[in-house]
Design a protein around this ligand. Structure first.
Ligand code: ARG
Length: 483
């Protein structure tokens, strides 16, 4: 194409350029096909900016009204799927601005006064992520409630607690589930903390150095709800940092990765528990698939995929943090690469939380108001497994300590008893009293309560322990916290 054929008007910065981008370069540099999902944030940011420009006397109220009118139409077009997104216009910002100018003329061209795409995009991503964090926290709450519901129904169900995946001590199944509630509550705390640093306004930093117009950045922050708990406007205080900071995206992805890791650990347990070798639980058929060759199979696809998708989210964290490491101040085009990993992290986490809340807690039945179709528990299988592994050996040692033995001696004594029981393929509680007394004369008939799984469970009645009374206390605490 010759220079004379090159239509300079079609590019936002055209006057200086003597040749157009090739199609390959356009495709390589454009972001519109993924960043268009920022459109609502982009429009909200523009409207707040225009309102402030008008308030400061930089933009006429006619222009402001025209911009508001144009943006309302653009919103409607996008919502109706009628907006013509153009690769030639590179990104969401230029697409919307070009359409605005088409609709309202010069007012549209004045919107970009005192701002740059650098502070614009940083603002858009923050606004978008802020609302996604709110949605994720709501989903995290649902998942915690589902776990608390199932925990409450199974406070007294005995599960073999494992260390090293070897039977260790009996625990309440409810207690085990509440361990995950603790993890997810920390995830929610972390996200709330990330939200505070996300909810700060870069706009008004312009390209990198601030602007010559008398902007009121705090006004824009207030309009956009970028305020702290006391209602004070939260504005990024250094223009260079404001346009290039993506810490909030990185820490969000770190928090999301950790949350996925928690989901992944839970997935691993669900997969083990529902295998034939354990047979502890069942998950509803709609979360499993069959095998194309083995007719007997029901595979735990959902937990397996969640475990797999955890790798993908952790990968996004690596991608984002690596994206930043070599960048000089201030904005660099590298930052356009922040979006896809961030979007995919949000999508993956949201879908996973939603599906887990339903898989564990079941679906709401509108007819009864009750939930059904969550995990089903086989208490007998759990208890039987607990009985196999000498899960109350520690209780016998503690019993001897209470009779005056030093713990290390008690531990050794019980090891001998376990060895003898193993040789006869019996549980400690199945040994006759006389046999037990050979290991220590102070063992009396009350030992059998101590050696029972339920006795063991009830005895761990300290704060954070697995005794049903403690688990009930924790359930009440979680319910109050999640109310
Ligand atoms: N699409 C760009 C991004 O996502 C917008 C900012 C472009 N700024 C620039 N100076 N080229 O980062």
């Amino acid at each position: 194409m010759s220079q004379t054929q090159f239509d300079k008007k079609s590019q936002a910065w055209s006057a200086l350029f003597s040749e157009p981008m090739s199609d390959l370069v356009k495709r390589y540099t454009a972001s519109v096909f993924f960043d268009k999902r920022l459109w609502q944030a982009d429009i909200a940011g523009s409207l707040a900016h225009a309102e402030m420009l008008c308030h400061q006397g930089i933009l006429s109220s006619d222009d402001q009204a025209a911009i508001a009118r144009g943006m309302a139409q653009i919103s409607a077009e996008i919502e109706a799927g009628q907006f013509d997104w153009q690769l030639d216009l590179e990104d969401v910002h230029l697409n919307i601005e070009a359409r605005l100018t088409q609709l309202v003329g010069d007012a549209g061209k004045r919107l970009h006064t005192g701002r740059s795409r650098n502070d614009q995009v940083a603002t858009d991503v923050r606004l978008w992520l802020r609302s996604e964090i709110d949605l994720i926290n709501a989903l995290l709450r649902e998942l915690q409630l589902a776990l608390v519901d199932v925990a409450e129904r199974h406070v007294a169900v005995i599960l073999p607690g494992f260390t090293h995946l070897q039977v260790a001590q009996p625990v309440s199944f409810g207690h085990h589930l509440l361990a995950y509630v603790e993890m997810f509550s920390r995830d929610a705390e972390r996200l709330t903390d990330v939200r505070r640093r996300t909810n700060r306004l870069p706009l008004g930093s312009a390209a990198l150095a601030g602007t010559t117009y008398p902007l009121d950045r705090e006004r824009v922050a207030r309009t956009l709800g970028m305020v702290d708990e006391q209602g004070q406007p939260q504005v990024c205080q250094n223009s260079l940092d404001a346009v290039s900071d993506r810490d909030f995206a990185i820490e969000f992805t770190a928090a999301a990765s950790l949350c996925m890791v928690h989901i992944s650990r839970l997935s691993e347990e669900l997969i083990l528990w529902m295998s034939q070798n354990f047979g502890f639980i069942k998950i509803a058929d709609r979360f499993t698939t069959g095998s194309s060759i083995m007719p007997q199979k029901k595979n735990p696809d959902v937990p397996e995929l969640a475990r797999g998708k955890t790798g993908r989210v952790v990968g996004h964290l690596m991608g984002l943090i690596t994206l930043m490491k070599g960048q000089p101040l201030a904005y660099n085009k590298d930052n356009q690469e922040d979006k896809e990993p961030l979007f995919d992290t949000v999508d993956t986490l949201k879908d996973t939380l939603r599906i887990f809340a339903e898989m564990i807690g079941g679906q709401n039945d509108p007819a009864t108001g009750q939930k059904s179709g969550g995990i089903t528990v086989n208490p007998e299988a759990m208890e039987q497994a607990a009985r196999k592994g000498y899960a109350t050996a520690t209780d016998l040692a503690d019993y001897l300590v209470k009779k005056g033995l030093p713990f290390r001696d008690a531990h050794e004594t019980v090891a001998h008893a376990v060895k003898a029981a193993q040789a006869q393929q019996l549980d400690l509680s199945e040994l006759p009293l006389a046999t037990l007394q050979q290991f220590h004369p102070q063992i009396e008939a009350d030992v059998f309560e101590v050696l029972s799984l339920r006795g063991s469970l009830n005895a761990r009645n300290t704060l954070g322990g697995t005794a049903p009374a403690q688990v009930q206390t924790q359930i009440a605490r979680h319910r109050a916290r999640l109310a």
